[in-house]
Design a protein around this ligand. Structure first.
Ligand code: ADP
Ligand code: AMP
Length: 232
């Protein structure tokens, strides 16, 4: 199953994607993570992206779509994709359709996480992640169970993003409203949008997403059963 987790910065996309990859045969494809890796490695893409990311602007459509294309190629068809932070523009949404078709895949759901703006600022400015596995934590809402030790991989180093300050976050939100939110109606027309109240506690958001995936699997099963019975 291929899904998009859609929502503004701080909505909880990364947090939920990390849960999903631990419990399903799925992989998180975060263009933000890919770009941060490119910046760290000083690649040509990283050099181009660095300043844009620091200001909270959007990196060019061609660059992020090429990153996604390459990841899907490396991943193979048996693993589901969780698109996190991509697509962010109408051009990227169209490119994703083209890329998926080329890889013989199709988008099953766009799961929109709805969170109000002041909560987003609070979440993003309190965010820190495990330096090893990327698990997302928060100064107040999600501390590691043992102080200073990652719940998932037991690493003891954590980091904060340079763009997680209030000024940049407000700019990233404005970009979301202007360029990303307008891609939703197209997905709505296709009947694949599912909304989740992202203001709920993390575990309840997870439960709602799991319910969406379980319903999808239930719907897929009779079709498969009748196909196999047809073959005798
Ligand atoms: P995104 O990937 O959408 O930018 P994250 O998953 O990194 O967002 O979440 C942003 C911050 O908010 C993190 O510090 C995370 O621990 C916290 N967080 C995520 N979901 C919730 C939630 N439902 N309630 C409270 N805090 C949350
Ligand atoms: P994120 O980790 O998703 O919050 O993204 C961090 C930053 O990376 C964004 O503010 C953008 O500058 C850049 N970025 C990530 N994904 C995209 C994308 N799909 N299109 C354009 N820019 C992106």
């Amino acid at each position: 199953m291929d899904i998009i987790l859609l929502g503004p910065p701080g909505a909880g996309k990364g947090t939920q994607a990390h849960h999903l990859v631990q419990h399903h045969r799925m992989r998180q494809l975060s263009t933000g993570d890919m770009l941060r890796a490119a910046v760290k490695a000083n690649t040509p893409i990283g050099l181009e992206a660095k300043g844009i990311m620091e200001r909270g602007g959007l990196v060019s459509d061609d660059i992020v779509s090429a990153l996604i294309d390459a990841e899907l190629l490396a991943m193979g068809p048996a693993t589901g994709a969780i698109f996190d932070g991509y697509p962010r523009t109408a051009v990227q949404a169209a490119e994703l359709d083209t890329i998926l078709a080329r890889h013989g895949r199709k988008l099953d759901y766009v799961i929109e996480l709805e969170v109000d703006e002041e909560t987003l600022v609070d979440r993003v400015t309190g965010r820190f992640t495990c330096a090893n596995c990327g698990e997302s934590y928060h100064d107040r809402y999600r501390l590691p169970r043992v102080a200073g030790v990652c719940d998932i991989c037991a690493a003891t180093e954590f980091k904060r993003r340079p763009d997680d300050n209030e000024e940049t976050v407000r700019h990233r939100m404005a970009e979301y409203r202007a360029k990303t939110a307008p891609i939703l109606p197209g997905y709505e027309e296709r009947g694949i949008v599912r909304r989740v109240d992202g203001m709920q506690p993390i575990s309840q958001v997870t439960a709602d997403i799991e319910q969406i995936l379980a319903n999808a699997q239930l719907r897929a099963r009779p079709a498969r059963a009748s196909r196999s019975s047809g073959q005798g």
